[in-house]
Design a protein around this ligand. Structure first.
Ligand code: DMJ
Length: 590
């Protein structure tokens, strides 16, 4: 367009009429917008793009369409991945709203997290047992540090590290999983080493396919707990960066996340096809609510509430939740129901969501008790020998098998006993005790006094494994987890005795020269080791044992809910956090 002064028309100093100036400005602003938009389509390596879409850009994240989400996640995740190293020293994590008031949070707890004296029990035998568990933790940790530092797990027989492919290139799973255990046990030198490693070496810029579930329960859960227990801002910054990287997993037509996510690529949140697993997409709620709390960004809560909304709406066979769901169609893929692997922690997170919400999340409560009713009606069985167990359900046909993983359910039922219908309270306490008893039987009926991966109640079997492939024990925590909750809620001394039996068996059969190892056959007199010290042994098994031999004021259940990897997360007391008040019991000191 050519601009020139027209005779008889008033013009500005530049010689343009007002309307012409307006058109010109319109054209100019359109051009600028176009150029800026085009930047998004340039490869990351182009300098111009790095200059204009700099890392300091912090857009508010809002929920919109699937495509909107992808764009938002793209820019924010990208900024996190490139910023993470910088922010760890500059005190500004991406998506971190530093306004979270840690001191106020502490005041909203009912009791000091570590009790009066770190939960030190008064009777000498219990104290001695607790010291033994602490020694086991130190032994497991020292060997991990000597032979596998920075790797995900220790291989205690070959004395080297294991990386595996669950965490998409993330390292140090045993370190992140151990932070809170070391801290509550008062192993402060070890805790400080772990903290320093997280600060200097936990590289969140990894690029690879990771399990959304595993990264969430171990890394997000571990970092959240470490933050809430210690108040170290570094943990908060790290977890916020990691949390953002998980958001693209939800870019599916239904919002049900894929199980596998590529941590290094913003353009594809997911990396695998196929069904999503109930225990995986149903085990995000606790951590995601806390990510929203810390960032003051509701997107994490929205993502998990969206999952819940779909699960609430969809038809459930006999009120049961099958284990596989298509993230594309939002329909169940097959009718296999299990309280063990594939289903387990979904149910756990329903009741824990209710408890963690300070008992305000009525929807979670309703879903939990209805699910439990359906489980009782369809899956809970009594063996000829009088053992109560949870069978699996395959399209209406029962498989009389219970997995070691399903043994967490004793603990789950007992923590929910109080909030069920009043007339059912005793029934839930009994059910929890019966399941825990059955799981203990699966241990005491083996030669090693450790339980198999799965045990059966058919063909004459009663709480024993009948298949060779079910006979292994990989240092799993679920049975001990139920002992811990049963002890806390009933104070029946048998649970401490059962926990001690497990300590002795672990010492005898799983302790090797350089750490602890799983075993291949719990029924063999002479054990064969699998050469793996799982990170959940440090995070869960040893933590639950330590709590079992501690007083109840170490991480009191009124204030703390354990995620499925045993990382304690605080109850969210909204009214206290948003108001002036504090509820801290002033008669106790830390
Ligand atoms: C842990 O990672 C968690 O407890 C998870 O919920 C199930 N599997 C292991 C321990 O067995």
């Amino acid at each position: 367009m050519v601009f020139r002064k027209l005779p008889g028309v008033s013009a500005s100093g530049m010689g343009l009429r007002l309307s012409q100036k307006f058109v010109f400005l319109l054209f100019l602003s359109g051009l600028v917008t176009l150029c800026f938009g085009a930047l998004f389509f340039l490869p990351d390596s182009v300098r111009l793009k790095r200059i204009f879409l700099s890392k300091t850009e912090s857009q508010p994240v809002t929920v919109g369409s699937e495509n909107d989400d992808m764009m938002l996640s793209r820019s924010k995740t990208e900024s996190a991945s490139k910023d993470e190293k910088v922010t760890s020293s500059s005190n500004q994590g991406a998506n971190t709203d530093t306004s979270f008031d840690y001191n106020k949070f502490k005041k909203c707890l009912l009791k000091p997290p570590l009790g009066i004296e770190h939960g030190k029990p008064s009777d000498p035998q219990t104290l001695q047992r607790r010291e033994k568990v602490k020694e086991m933790m130190k032994f497991a940790w020292d060997n991990y540090k000597s032979f596998a530092w920075g790797k995900n797990e220790l291989r205690p027989l070959t004395r080297n590290g294991h990386i595996g492919n669950m965490f998409g290139g993330l390292r140090g799973a045993s370190i992140v999983d151990s932070l809170d255990t070391l801290y509550i046990m008062g192993l402060m030198d070890e805790y400080n080493d772990a903290k320093e490693w997280v600060e200097t070496s936990l590289d969140l810029n990894s690029n690879g396919e990771a399990s959304l579930f595993e990264v969430n329960i171990r890394y997000v859960g571990g970092l959240l707990s470490a933050y809430y227990l210690t108040g170290e801002e570094m943990f908060k910054r790290k977890v916020m960066v990691l949390g953002e990287k998980l958001l693209p997993a939800f870019n599916t037509p239904t919002g049900i996340p894929r199980g596998v996510i590529n941590l290094g690529s913003w353009s594809w949140g997911w990396a695998s096809a196929g069904s999503s697993i109930l225990a995986e997409f149903g085990t995000l709620h606790l951590e995601f609510v806390h990510l929203s709390e810390l960032s003051n960004n509701g997107i994490y809560t929205e993502k998990v509430m969206n999952i819940r909304k779909l699960l609430n709406k969809i038809e459930k066979p006999h009120g049961l939740y099958p284990n596989f769901l298509s993230p594309v169609s939002g329909n169940w893929v097959q009718h296999h129901v299990s309280i063990g692997g594939l289903g387990d922690s979904f149910y756990e997170y329903l009741i824990k969501s209710y408890l963690m919400s300070d008992k305000t999340d009525e929807e979670a409560k309703k879903m939990y008790y209805s699910a439990l009713e359906a489980i009782e009606a369809n899956l809970v069985q009594k063996s000829p020998g009088g053992l109560t167990y949870m069978a699996e359900w395959r399209g209406g046909i029962l498989d009389h098998k219970m997995g070691h993983l399903a043994c967490f359910s004793g603990g789950m039922v007992v923590i929910g006993a109080d909030d069920g219908a009043p007339e059912k309270r005793q029934h839930y306490l009994d059910l929890a005790a019966e399941i825990t008893h059955t799981c203990h039987e699966s241990y005491s009926r083996s030669a090693t006094k450790l339980g198999p991966e799965a045990f059966r109640f058919d063909g004459g079997a009663e709480a024993t494994a009948t298949r060779l492939s079910d006979r292994y024990y990989i240092l799993r925590p679920e049975v001990i987890e139920s002992y811990m909750y049963m002890w806390r809620l009933t104070h029946d001394p048998k649970y401490r005795e059962w926990g001690w039996e497990a300590v002795e068996a672990l010492e005898k059969h799983c302790r090797v020269e350089a750490g602890f190892s799983g075993i291949r056959d719990v029924y063999a007199q002479t054990v064969s080791h699998d050469n793996m010290q799982q990170s959940f042994f440090l995070s869960e098994t040893l933590k639950y044992l330590y709590l079992l031999f501690s007083d109840d004021d170490l991480l009191p259940l009124e204030d703390w809910v354990f995620n499925t990897e045993a990382h304690p997360l605080p109850v969210v007391r909204k009214s206290c956090l948003q108001g002036e008040g504090g509820t801290h019991d002033k008669t106790t000191s830390e």
